[in-house]
Design a protein around this ligand. Structure first.
Ligand code: ADP
Length: 184
């Protein structure tokens, strides 16, 4: 089962992706987590993307696509994957389509978590994870980037008929319950 977990910053993608991963025994692939790990470990990828993440901007498509392609190639993803934070641009979605088609795979569910913008900002600013991009100014940038570059990805998948919109307001368990109802 291949799942894309989609939504704005602060929608709870990471939290729900972990729960789906445990419940359905699927690997969780978060591009944001990989970038943060790379920055922490000062790898060449980390050095390349640090200033971009700090500013709340998007890593160039080519870098992200290469990263995801090299991950998905691994046998641990043979049975499926939960993609979290990818694809984030229409160009990334098109690359993913090509990759899946070449490998005889497809996206089974595109789940988008809807949360009002006001709540997103509150959640991010109060979550205290110490992320360098969780400041009011950077959050504003990230939401703008989401609206301009990432939201159109949803229309891309709507055209394929795969989009399931889920109310992302409520307790973690309530929201996970809605996701399970959708995934079956
Ligand atoms: P959030 O959804 O809360 O913004 P993520 O962990 O998904 O958090 O992403 C953090 C940052 O990592 C983004 O602001 C961006 O700089 C970078 N990033 C993650 N995934 C991608 C992607 N698919 N394309 C470009 N940049 C990405």
């Amino acid at each position: 089962m291949n799942i894309i977990l989609f939504g704005p910053p602060g929608a709870g993608k990471g939290t729900q992706a972990e729960k789906i991963a445990n419940h359905y025994n699927l690997p969780h692939l978060s591009t944001g987590n990989i970038f943060r790990e790379s920055i922490k470990n000062e790898t060449s990828l980390g050095k390349k993307v640090k200033a971009i993440l700090d500013a709340g901007n998007l890593v160039p498509d080519e870098t992200v696509v290469d990263l995801v392609a090299s991950e998905l190639y691994k046998s641990e993803y043979n049975e499926g994957v939960i993609l979290d934070g990818f694809p984030r641009t229409v160009a990334q979605a098109e690359s993913l389509d090509d990759y899946l088609e070449e490998n005889g795979k497809k996206i089974d569910f595109f789940i988008t978590l809807s949360v009002p913008e006001e709540e997103l900002v509150n959640r991010i600013l109060s979550r205290g994870e110490g992320r360098s991009d969780d400041t009011p100014e950077k959050v504003k940038t990230r939401l703008q980037v989401y609206r301009n570059e990432t939201e159109p990805v949803m229309n891309h998948y709507k055209a394929q008929g795969a989009v399931k919109e889920i109310n992302g307001v409520g307790s973690i368990e309530e929201i996970f319950g809605r996701i399970k109802d959708t995934l079956g």
